[in-house]
Ligand binder design. Sequence first.
Ligand code: HEC
Length: 126
Amino acid sequence: MHPSQLIALLILIATLTGCDNEPPQPRSEYSAHELFLEVRCDACHGSEGRGSWMGPALEGLDAYWQAGEIAAYLEDPEAVIEVTPRLAAMRHQYPSVMRSFPELSPEERRRIADWLLSRDAEGPTK
Ligand code: HEC
């Protein structure tokens, strides 16, 4: 057996037996959805971003947003809400408000923005 096959087999066994000896996945390898869950966007927008009583569904965003604008919004939502009546109106529909995400790097904010818009291109999920 090739050494790389052996390593793959050991990882598989560790995974199947629930043995957690693997180092945590570096954050740079997180998918956009994993980042979304990591910083708890799901707390208000639902695990798939389809909305909850705490926050709107993140669908059809391509009608209003470019990726760079969403990224800027994640950095400083107040500034964007101030100049966007549609968002200001949404303030009154939910018990929560969008907060800023300084814990996300600019690259991570952009990656989440691209992911949200790419879901629109795929069409609504069932
Ligand atoms: C504390 C609850 C909360 C969290 C956490 C949260 N949001 Fe929001 N989000 C809202 C609310 C409420 C709105 C509606 C606008 C407002 O009130 O600020 C909103 C609006 C948005 C919008 C605009 C929706 C539209 O129709 O244009 C986007 C995009 C968005 N959020 C993405 C995210 C992402 C990505 C994260 C995680 C990085 C996140 N939100 C985390 C509550 C939240």
